[in-house]
Design a protein around this ligand. Sequence first.
Ligand code: AHR
Length: 507
Amino acid sequence: MASFTRIEEGETPSITIHPSHKIAKINDNIYGGFTEHMGRCIYGGIYDPGNPLSDENGFRKDVIDAFKDLNVPVVRYPGGNFVATYHWLDGVGPREKRPGRPELAWIGTESNEFGTDEFMKWCEVVGTEPYLCLNFGTGTLDEALGWLEYCNSDRNSYYANLRRKNGREEPYNVKYWALGNECWGPWQVAQLTKEDYAKQAYQWAKALKLLDPTITLILCGETGYSSWDYYVLNQCVKWDVHGLAGDKTKSLIDMHSIHIYTADKQHLPNATAPRAAERAIQMTAALIDLARIENHVPETVPRPTICFDEWNVWDPERAPGEAGAEETYTLSDALAVAVFLNAFVRQARDVGMANVAQSVNVISPLMTTERGLVKQTIWWPLWLFARFMRGASVVVNVRAEEYTGRTNPKWIRNTIETPFLDVSAAVSDDGWVNLAVANVSEDKDYNVDLVGVESRGDVEVYTVGGENVNVVNTEEEQNVGVEESKWDGKGKFRFGKHSFTMLRWRE
Ligand code: AHR
């Protein structure tokens, strides 16, 4: 949590950190990834057989190293919109027998060369947990149950035996399962009304938990502040359902998914746009509470958390989905990503998972070429957060000037503030205080009083910046990276214009 006091030009900004005022544990899963059968994310991204940079499985080793470097705890698969026509059985068993199918989300042909077992293997190599999304478009409940049995069952039953036949004896024990993706969207194959979705999700959830009560089920929400979100939460956040047998320690639905992409052609509306995501988290949390109140859910039943399983900067006109959505990110976008991540840390109590969309090539911090890997501008704040912003989210008070111009979306104005200094703080389990500060101003450095950090000796400083907000990283030129330095912790600290800074010191 950060409280904000707006100051006038000329006044001295300050950031007050309270390392002992812990708010909530930051769930490591906020650094989750997402790999969809879309553009070059799977084929040519994580899976690139024949390329000298790939291993014996066809997995790109440079991509694996980058995932490890980021310590990605969980990866969502296989979509996204793709999943609405995906039949998982097409993607298991001998490769030469797998059927090619028309792919209707991004209009192509899916070879099914890469499927469930390949994804599970890849997760094991990376050291990450799989998160599977079920087909609520053309899929059936039978098919969904079959996939769950294939992945998680140790019975002597058909799909568990099919997995064994395909070479995998032990169950994969996939914990996270999503009840569809963006089922509300007009672009979906088999778009649903909220009434139809809620009915289907409730019935599928019951059946899936009867087969495997240990799984975490994720309801398909919209933005977190729509009538869809209100309705589906109200219909599905229940505990006294058949199968749970009135167990006051279990919920049918464990998480509620929301998606928000932001973008604007101008820097300040672009960099402040993720404030909408923070407000969305607050509104979703309120809707979750409301559903529990209206459905008389006992307080002993765990409260569902938010699964922000698609977030990033994306302008679909600039980088259309059908063309692979290969965004080239600017420094302005990197600052927007820092604001997103600050929001997840500040709202740690309610965010159980967040997945950058996507992890490779498609609207992504990482871009593969035939020859190697490009780390885009947005990689660097993500890398610093994933490396350091773990443990507990702690209270910070920010006194700073506020951006008062146009916002995107418009409703940000008057619902949540847009400070020039966007701040979050965390204390790691091994006693480091980490302070993340995005100075989104295009033309102003700020000399800031850091209250709570004085006389601490050497403070580690990591800065992400660049000549101007429009610079990008490409294969040819790397304009944005991380600079490391030290600060003696005395006097004011200067946060340079259009930069992101991480400060670290011992508690
Ligand atoms: O991440 C790209 C697409 O954006 C996903 O497939 C979809 O869920 C969203 O609309």
